[in-house]
Design a protein around this ligand. Structure first.
Ligand SMILES: *Cc1c(COP(=O)(O)O)cnc(C)c1O
Length: 360
């Protein structure tokens, strides 16, 4: 029986990437150094970094006027770095509230900016992303921030809002590379690696070149998008092993059909799980409206909440781990990023059916 880890992050890595990492990561080369031991200023690291950047650009069909930064830290670092780098002479930024992480981003930005609530999700059942029309974007807004996939709430936008000339900024930590994406719709996209890109400690920033001109004077130098772009993410020691692993994940995605194939498989996995929930006659329940349901993070609960612990124990017995919902909202959550094989989803569905036979 193979075990499947459904954690929201740090999350499962592709089997092939783990195998390759075991082969390559800590093996010394002719230079007497393994990946973790190589100077970031040396040719070997620079070649690897260039390869990772190139691969990612290919996967995203990245337009020429965007830059890719590999930065130290997590998504939350960007909650501050976005306003510090993008506000420029403006004091205003607009944030859409679609759930837990967008609210955290907004709270952090309020330390630097006058934050306008651009749009808000209903908050009552069934949960849904904010409606796509009627957004509040006051004149002079430096950018508009969204969280396309809310990892905690299990809510995803069905489409992108039209923010006109206001640059759209996205925290895509739990959605980047899960499906094709039209980068040209965004001014900036960021994603911490530990959900779907690699391991913790590194965050990707993809930024349109014209937005590099606005850093506040007090931005710490390693967190200045402009300086990092000028120095190819090597202002200081970058998270070298995390970048190497991300490069392996990019290779794996390319070898497996690219983002179109990832999107297809992810849609299928999520559809199967939601179908099992919806067909349970109310024994299991998904609180998010159809059309707004995340393919990355499937949130559900038992109609009888008192059975939650028994369900988690039964799942655990079958090697299906980390299905507990976020501590703030409880219930259950299955994260199905690229690395979760269809067999993992099938095992979860079988476990749910079995549990329902016993307790339904
Ligand atoms: C996980 C997550 C975060 C937090 O990431 P850290 O790297 O822990 O700061 C922020 N936003 C979203 C959408 C996430 O999924």
């Amino acid at each position: 029986m193979s075990a499947f880890n459904f954690a929201s992050g740090p999350a499962r890595l592709p089997d092939a990437v783990l195998a390759r990492a075991q082969q390559e990561l800590l093996r010394r080369g002719a230079d007497g150094a393994c990946v973790a031991e190589r100077p970031f200023t040396g040719a070997a690291f620079r070649a690897m970094l260039a390869h990772a950047r190139q691969r990612l650009a290919e996967l995203l069909a990245l337009p020429d006027n965007y830059r890719i930064l590999f930065l130290a830290g997590g998504a939350m670092h960007q909650f501050s770095m976005v306003p510090l780098n993008l506000l420029g002479h403006s004091r205003r930024a607009a944030y859409a509230d679609s759930g837990y992480w967008s609210r955290r981003a907004m709270a952090e930005a309020a330390r630097y900016a006058e934050v306008t609530l651009a749009a808000q999700f209903a908050g009552s059942a069934p949960l849904a992303a904010p409606p796509l029309d009627g957004w509040q974007l006051p004149a002079g807004s430096a950018y508009c921030h969204i969280t396309p996939n809310e990892t905690v709430d299990g809510v995803a936008y069905p489409a992108l809002p039209d923010c006109g000339s206001v640059p759209l900024v996205a925290d895509a930590t739990s959605s980047l590379l899960t499906a094709p994406l039209d980068v040209s719709r965004f001014g900036l996209i960021y994603a911490a690696a530990q959900k779907n890109i690699g391991i913790a400690g590194m965050t990707l920033v993809i930024v349109r070149e014209d937005l590099l001109q606005r850093p506040a004077p007090l931005v710490p130098t390693p967190f200045s998008y402009r300086v990092q772009a000028e120095q190819h993410s090597c202002v200081n020691t970058p998270p070298t092993v995390a970048i190497h692993l991300a490069g392996m994940v990019f290779d794996w995605i390319a070898d497996n059909g690219g983002l179109a194939a990832m999107g297809e498989i992810n849609r299928r996995k999520a559809a199967q799980l939601y179908a099992a929930i919806d067909a349970s006659g109310g024994f299991y329940h998904a609180p998010v409206a159809i059309g707004h349901r995340s393919t990355s993070n499937v949130r559900f609960h038992l109609a009888d909440a008192a059975l939650t612990e028994a369900f988690l124990a039964a799942a655990e017995e079958r090697g299906l781990t980390n299905l507990r919902g976020h501590s703030q909202i409880g219930g259950l959550r299955a994260s199905l990023y690229n690395a979760m094989p269809e067999a993992g989803v099938a095992a979860l569905i079988a476990c749910m059916a079995d549990f329902m036979r016993r307790y339904g």
